[in-house]
Design a protein around this ligand. Structure first.
Ligand code: XMP
Length: 534
C-alpha cells in the first residue's frame, strides 16, 4: 500500500486516483498525523512508499511538515510541489520565495538518468535532452539541495524543478504529475509506485467495495440511514454500496415528482426493490409538484418550487419513517451520492483544515434541517470511478452509463409553464430519441450514438404550428432535439448526428406521438448557448 499525506492541495485526490489507476492500493491521510501513527500504519509490513501532496499554501505561511517517521522508515518518498519543498527543508535544503510565479504549462528538462524519469519523455531537444510537458503551480521553490540530493530536472526559471536522492529513494518534483496536463504524469506515478516502491499492481475496483463496506459499517454501527434515490448514477451507486454494507438499516426514499423520464420510476423500483431487495419507499408526488407549478413559467421560479417541494416531501417522509419505527430512534444518517467534483465545487476540499462538510447541491441544507449526520461514501471518487464501482456492484451498465439528468428533471426541459400533458408528450418523444441513439451504430468506431454523445435529450416548446397529416390539417406542438459532446459540461459542441438518424427520429416522433407535428435539431454550441434550454 501507498500512504498519501495531504497538505491541503485541491488535487490531492487526483494523486489517489492515479495510484488507483496504477492498480495499487492507497490511503489519503492528513499531513499532521503523528510519527507514531505513521509507524503504526507501516506496522503490518505492507507499506511500500509515501507521497507528500501539494498545498494551497506556501512553506512560509504554514508550518505543516511531514511526520519525521516518514523519513525514518527506509521507504521511498515522493514529494509533489509543497511536498517537495517540505522534503527539502526537513532534510537540510533551502526554499525561497520566488519573484517569478510559475503557473500553468511548462516544459522541464531532465538531468542525468534518475530511476523516476529514465526513459520517460515527451520529446527530446536537439542536444538529446529529454523534455517533459508538465503543469506547474507554485511561487516558492527549492534553492539549495539537501545533502545527498541531485537535480533531477529544471526549467529556466526554476533550476531545481525536481530532485532525487537515489540512495535513499527520495524523489521530488515541483510540478504536478497527478493532473492530466502533465502528459507523462501517469507514467511517472506508475514508475514510482510500481517500480521504485515495488507495490503490487493488484488493486481492483472490487477491492474498493470491501474497503468501503467496512468503513460504512464502522461509521454507521447499528444506526439507521435514509437516502434520497433519484435514479441518477451517483445516488444509485451510493444506495447499492450502502445496501451492500448495512442491508435493511438503509431506507431509500424515491420522490417521483412527475418530471422523470419514461418508465424511470418503475425501473428504479424494479432494480432496487426488486433485484437488490433494498427497502425503498416510492412517494408519488406528481400531483403535488404539477399543482404547485401550474401557472408558473419563469425558469428560476420553477426551479425554486421544485427544490422546495423536494425538501418538503423528503422531510415529511423521513418523519413518517421515524414515527413508523416507534421504539427505534429512526434514521440518524442521511446518505448522499456526493462525488469528489461536488466536494471541490462546494469548496470542501480547499484545505485539510476546512473540513466543514458542505451538502450536495441537489439537497442543500437537508442534513442540518433534519438533524442528521452525513454519510457520503463516494466523496473520494471521480465520475468514471463511480461508474466502474456501480458495475462492480452489479448495477446494469445502461443505468450506470446513463447521460446526466438534471435534478428538476423535465421541469427545465418544458419551456414556460409545466403541464402534465406536455410532460407526457415530451417523455414519449424523448424515449424515441434515446432508443434510436442506441440503435444507430457508427461504423468507424463501432459505438452507438448514445455512447458517442455526452448528453442527448428532447425539449418541449409550447408553441403550435401548422402541419398536414393524411388529408387533414394539424396544429400541434414542436420539440427540439439536443445532443452534445463535451468532456466537462462547461463547454460543449452540438453533435454531428447522422442525417439518417435524425430522419428516423423525426419520422417516428411525428408519427407515434400524436400532438407533436414538428421536430427541430439544436445546432448551438455552449457557450454562448447552454446545454439545457430552460
Ligand atoms: P447547462 O444547461 O448549464 O448544463 O449547460 C450543464 C449541465 O448541468 C446539468 N444540470 C443540472 N444537473 N441539477 C443537476 O444535477 C440541476 O439543477 C441541473 N441543471 C443543469 C445539465 O443537464 C448539464 O449536464
Amino acid at each position: 500500500k501507498i500512504l498519501i499525506l495531504d497538505f491541503g492541495s485541491q488535487v490531492t485526490q487526483l494523486i489517489a486516483r492515479r495510484v488507483r489507476e496504477a492498480h495499487v492500493y492507497c490511503e489519503v491521510h492528513p499531513c499532521d498525523v503523528s510519527s507514531d501513527w505513521v509507524r503504526e500504519f507501516a506496522a503490518d509490513g505492507k507499506l511500500r512508499g509515501v507521497i507528500l501532496s501539494g498545498s494551497h499554501a506556501s512553506v512560509y505561511e504554514v508550518d505543516d511538515r511531514a511526520p519525521d517517521a516518514v523519513f525514518e522508515l527506509g521507504l521511498p518518498v515522493l514529494g509533489i510541489c509543497y511536498g517537495m519543498q517540505t522534503m527539502a527543508t526537513q532534510l537540510g535544503g533551502k526554499v525561497e520565495g520566488s519573484h517569478h510565479r510559475e503557473f500553468g504549462y511548462a516544459e522541464v528538462r531532465a538531468h542525468g538518468e534518475t530511476s523516476l524519469l529514465k526513459g520517460i519523455e515527451d520529446f527530446a531537444t536537439d542536444e538529446g535532452n529529454s523534455m517533459l510537458k508538465v503543469w506547474m503551480s507554485h511561487g516558492d521553490k527549492v534553492t539549495q539541495l539537501p545533502p545527498g540530493f541531485e537535480v533531477m530536472c529544471s526549467t529556466p526559471s526554476c533550476p531545481i524543478a525536481g530532485m532525487a536522492d537515489e540512495a535513499r529513494r527520495y524523489y521530488a518534483v515541483q510540478f504536478h504529475p497527478e493532473v492530466t496536463h502533465s502528459v507523462q504524469g501517469q507514467a511517472m506515478l506508475d514508475r514510482f509506485v510500481r517500480d521504485i516502491c515495488g507495490a503490487a499492481p493488484d488493486w481492483i475496483m472490487g477491492d474498493y467495495i470491501e474497503e468501503a463496506v467496512a468503513k460504512i459499517r464502522e461509521q454507521v454501527g447499528d444506526e439507521e440511514v435514509i437516502l434520497g434515490l433519484s435514479g441518477g448514477v451517483d445516488s444509485s451507486v451510493a444506495a447499492a454500496l450502502i445496501h451492500r454494507a448495512i442491508g435493511d438499516q438503509l431506507t431509500c426514499v424515491f420522490v417521483d415528482h412527475g418530471l422523470l423520464r419514461l418508465n424511470e420510476g418503475d425501473m428504479v423500483m424494479e432494480m432496487f426493490a426488486g433485484k437488490l431487495h433494498a427497502k425503498v419507499v416510492r412517494v408519488d408526488a406528481a400531483d403535488l409538484f404539477l399543482g404547485e407549478l401550474a401557472g408558473v413559467s419563469e425558469p428560476e421560479q420553477k426551479r425554486k418550487i421544485i427544490g422546495r417541494l423536494f425538501v418538503d416531501v423528503f422531510k415529511a417522509e423521513a418523519s413518517k419513517l421515524k414515527a413508523a419505527n416507534a421504539g427505534s430512534k429512526g434514521a440518524t444518517f442521511l446518505a448522499q451520492g456526493t462525488i469528489y467534483p461536488d466536494v471541490i465545487e462546494s469548496g470542501g476540499a480547499k484545505s485539510k483544515k476546512a473540513v466543514t462538510i458542505k451538502s450536495h447541491h441537489n439537497v442543500g441544507g437537508l442534513p442540518e434541517q433534519l438533524g442528521l449526520k452525513l454519510l457520503e461514501p463516494l466523496r473520494d471518487l471521480f465520475k468514471d470511478e463511480v461508474r466502474e464501482l456501480g458495475v462492480a456492484l452489479g448495477l446494469p451498465r445502461n443505468m450506470v452509463y446513463r447521460h446526466p439528468f438534471p435534478g428538476p428533471g423535465l421541469g427545465v426541459r418544458i419551456l414556460g409553464e409545466v403541464k402534465k400533458e406536455y410532460a407526457d408528450l415530451l417523455r414519449r418523444a424523448d424515449a424515441i430519441f434515446n432508443e434510436e441513439l442506441y440503435n444507430f451504430v457508427d461504423a468507424a468506431s463501432g459505438k452507438n450514438w448514445y455512447e458517442l454523445t455526452s448528453q442527448a435529450f428532447t425539449v418541449f416548446l409550447p408553441v403550435k404550428s401548422v402541419g398536414v397529416m393524411g388529408d387533414g390539417r394539424t396544429y400541434d406542438y414542436v420539440v427540439a432535439l439536443r445532443a452534445v459532446q463535451t468532456s466537462d459540461f462547461m463547454t460543449a459542441d452540438w453533435a454531428e448526428l447522422p442525417y439518417a438518424l435524425l430522419k428516423k427520429v423525426s419520422g417516428r416522433i411525428i408519427n407515434e406521438v400524436r400532438g407533436i407535428n414538428r421536430v427541430t435539431y439544436d445546432v448551438s454550441t455552449k457557450p454562448p448557448a447552454t446545454i439545457e434550454w430552460e
